[in-house]
Design a protein around this ligand. Structure first.
Ligand SMILES: NC(=O)c1ccc[n+]([C@@H]2O[C@H](COP(=O)([O-])OP(=O)(O)OC[C@H]3O[C@@H](n4cnc5c(N)ncnc54)[C@H](O)[C@@H]3O)[C@@H](O)[C@H]2O)c1
Ligand SMILES: O=c1ccn([C@@H]2O[C@H](COP(=O)(O)OP(=O)(O)O[C@H]3O[C@H](CO)[C@@H](O)[C@H](O)[C@H]3O)[C@@H](O)[C@H]2O)c(=O)[nH]1
Length: 442
């Protein structure tokens, strides 16, 4: 059992802190956001993540999980300190390291224990851990020995707790065996394979993994776009491809592209990292361009179908960048709403969880509904943006019952075409033939 501090309680820091306490460590999470800390002290998670509240309450109760706004309090006695602050993108696409630098200074000014291991969990460009070491050294108040370890995070939002306990690998990048084995020991109870490497390689594994997954998505989306033109069905194509174990079935779901807090920013950051060493990463640039186009695919299809969207009522179903999260960062819904409003459409949006966050990031004039049915009422067009269970499982006759004209643009291929064919719905999806039945356009 180790005394651990976690700096930053976002999706990664909070989940990491809670799970480390659950496997027996004594964890103090520190954040500069007082409101968040007040909530967390009461066992309330400031983010929506399935299972997190329960696990927080359990570990607060058993005395192994603490929250504070004081770095001094958090770092007192800490043997291991995780940095899990944000690394958002700057205007040029590169990673903004200001929060990591500040966290390093906070650590330098407050650590007390000799031999403390500082672990970078934030996604940071290759070479950043060297900078973290330098920043800490520059601001150290006492002559304390410390090590820096890279330990990138691979959890997915919406299944973050599950992923922490069932991940495929834990990567530890260190420049000495003592530090590496301390972090190995900390993680052992998770029972996940551990891969130890040098710091720069660990930093690169994170970006390369995200870039590869994003590449799979853009690749399958391009195949889907071609399928539409040659009369093939992307669902069957992806399934048939995935049967080859060298390809695998995962991340071949065609749709309206990837969003979220990671793929968009990490792909751009890797293009920058490559550019910094005079390497033009053509492949990844193409992946990003394909994704930008894919995000507006539904609007493009609607424009082609209706000619003009002026005055059309559009029900936007699902706003979060993926199901089971309240995260709106880089969600396709933001771009889609903007395009629809630009075309003069009247947008009514619904999301089971992300609506409050959406109101903060969608600047355009749109309305919000309290249910799918309310959003669909008298609509000319429905656009499925996020495949929440509630949306995926919506009986198709709901579109017929509530909409003015049941014309559905499904960005996540939620329905089987055979099922759609049994209903009086006009249906356009991604990489599959459209079903144009009996619907009179007005
Ligand atoms: N979100 C994910 O699914 C995910 C997965 C893997 C890796 N990552 C990476 O992990 C990092 C964190 O991502 P996130 O989504 O959890 O971020 P986030 O923005 O949700 O949370 C960051 C938190 O850090 C706090 N903070 C900032 N500076 C601080 C300081 N000096 N001291 C204490 N607290 C401070 C902020 O108040 C905020 O609560 C990023 O580098 C991200 O790329 C994210
Ligand atoms: O076949 C697929 C799979 C995903 N997506 C989209 O891709 C985005 C990202 O999805 P997902 O990877 O499930 O969610 P994240 O929480 O963003 O997780 C990714 O980003 C994290 C942050 O770096 C990493 O830790 C994870 O390993 C990595 O999967 C979402 O918009 C999905 O809709 C698709 O379009 N098709």
């Amino acid at each position: 059992m180790k005394k651990i501090a976690v700096v930053g309680t976002g999706y990664v820091g909070l989940v990491t802190g809670v799970c480390l306490s659950d496997i027996g460590h004594d964890v103090t999470c520190v954040d500069i956001d007082e409101q968040k800390v007040e909530k967390m002290k009461k066992g309330i998670s400031p983010i929506y993540e399935p299972g997190l509240d329960e696990l927080m309450k359990k570990n607060i109760k058993n005395g192994r999980l603490h929250f504070t706004t004081s770095h001094k309090e958090a770092f007192k006695d800490a043997e291991v300190i995780y940095i899990a602050v944000g690394t958002p993108q700057k205007e040029d696409g590169s990673a903004d390291l200001q929060f990591v630098e500040q966290a390093a200074k906070d650590i330098a000014e407050n650590i007390e224990r000799d031999g403390v291991v500082v672990v970078t969990k934030s996604t940071v460009p290759v070479g950043t851990n060297d900078k973290v070491r330098t920043w800490i050294k520059q601001h150290l108040k006492k002559d304390i020995h410390f090590d820096v370890v890279s330990n990138p995070e691979f959890l997915r939002e919406g299944s973050a707790i599950y992923d922490t306990f069932h991940g495929d690998r834990i990567v530890i990048g260190a420049d000495n065996e003592r530090a590496a084995s301390i972090i190995e020991e900390v993680n052992k109870p998770f029972g996940i394979p551990i891969f130890k490497t040098d710091i720069h390689s660990a930093e690169m594994i994170k970006y390369a993994s995200n870039a590869f997954l994003a590449t799979k998505i853009s690749f399958i989306n391009e195949i889907a776009n071609i399928c539409e033109k040659v009369g093939a069905n992307i669902e069957d194509v992806a399934y048939g491809m995935g049967l080859d174990t060298r390809i695998g079935p995962q991340f071949l779901r065609a749709g309206i592209g990837y969003g979220g807090s990671c793929f968009p920013k990490d792909t751009k950051a890797l293009v920058q990292i490559a550019g910094d060493v005079d390497h033009k990463f053509d492949l990844l640039e193409a992946v990003i361009n394909v994704n930008n186009k894919q995000q507006v695919k539904l609007v493009e299809k609607a424009r082609n179908r209706f000619g003009s969207l002026q005055g059309k009522k559009v029900a936007l179903l699902g706003l979060a960048f993926k199901p089971n999260t309240d995260d709106m960062r880089e969600a396709a819904s933001i771009v889609i709403a903007k395009e629809l409003v630009k075309d003069g459409a009247f947008v009514v949006a619904y999301d089971p969880i992300a609506m409050e966050n959406a109101k903060c990031v969608i600047d355009d004039e749109i309305m919000y509904a309290n249910s799918i049915e309310e959003a669909l009422r008298d609509a000319d067009i429905a656009m499925i943006v996020t495949e929440w269970d509630e949306i995926k499982n919506l009986p198709l006759d709901t579109f017929v019952r509530f909409m003015k004209t049941p014309v559905v643009f499904d960005g996540r291929n939620c329905y089987a075409l055979e099922e759609v064919a049994k209903h009086n719905v006009e249906y356009h999806s991604i990489g599959r033939e459209s079903i144009l039945r009996n619907v009179v356009s007005i």
